[in-house]
Design a protein around this ligand. Structure first.
Ligand SMILES: Cc1cc2nc3c(=O)[nH]c(=O)nc-3n(C[C@H](O)[C@H](O)[C@H](O)COP(=O)(O)O)c2cc1C
Length: 191
């Protein structure tokens, strides 16, 4: 039997990311799990209009998406609990900058996407920021040739069981083992 749960954000797990922007001339980072890939060079973020980072993204037209490893689970949660209006969250990390100059990125995160804002979709409480990825930075230790080895990146996966009980039903998870090669294992059913 299936139980109807009503509309809710059930499309988990998603990576817990740290999004960076320059706000009032300073780097700021917040936790964002509602991220997506729109095409091979375009990403999306769902960001509450009230967040401190929101104004910085609009001001500069740039942002970064950083993939924190498992060892940064406390820092990642902290950046999602505390606003940059109350604390200097960037002090936790070493920031670096790329070609866009106003999209701060986190050295301690093995994978960083530097993005230019290309479109903003205005939703009632959130803005959907659509960004063109202008550069991707990856720690050499997490590469297998040109490919990113996600088992070495050790991303934090985030899932929320019930939007009404966020503190008790949501959590961070590890990536498990690779089950099978993609665009390949299905060939066994082509016979
Ligand atoms: C695990 C986790 C995931 C989050 N995902 C999002 C998200 O996808 N979109 C969003 O607007 N806020 C999200 N938040 C909330 C913001 O990170 C949080 O309100 C933050 O303190 C805002 O920081 P700022 O005011 O410095 O921008 C998330 C928080 C946590 C802990």
């Amino acid at each position: 039997m299936k139980k109807k749960l009503g509309p809710r954000p059930a499309l988990y797990p998603l990576p817990a990311t740290l999004v960076g922007a320059t706000v009032g001339g300073k780097p700021n980072y917040l936790t964002v799990a509602h991220v997506g890939i729109l095409d091979l060079r375009t990403v999306s973020l769902g960001m509450n209009k009230a967040h401190h980072t929101n104004s910085g993204i609009k001001e500069n037209g740039t942002f970064s998406v950083n993939i924190p490893p498992e060892r940064l689970v406390r820092e990642t949660d902290y950046c999602g609990l505390v606003s940059g209006t109350k604390a200097d969250k960037a002090r936790l990390f070493e920031s670096f900058y790329g070609e866009l100059e106003t999209a701060p990125m986190i050295m301690e995160c093995p994978l960083n996407l530097e993005c230019r804002l290309v479109q903003t979709v205005d939703m009632p409480n959130h803005d959907i920021f659509i960004g063109e990825v202008v550069q991707v930075y990856c720690d050499e230790e997490c590469l297998e040739g040109d490919s990113i080895d996600f088992l070495k990146v050790q991303p934090l996966l985030f899932a929320m069981g019930s939007p009404g009980k966020m503190a008790t039903s949501s959590g961070y998870y590890s990536l498990g083992a690779r089950l099978a090669p993609a665009w390949n294992i299905g060939k066994e059913l082509m016979k």
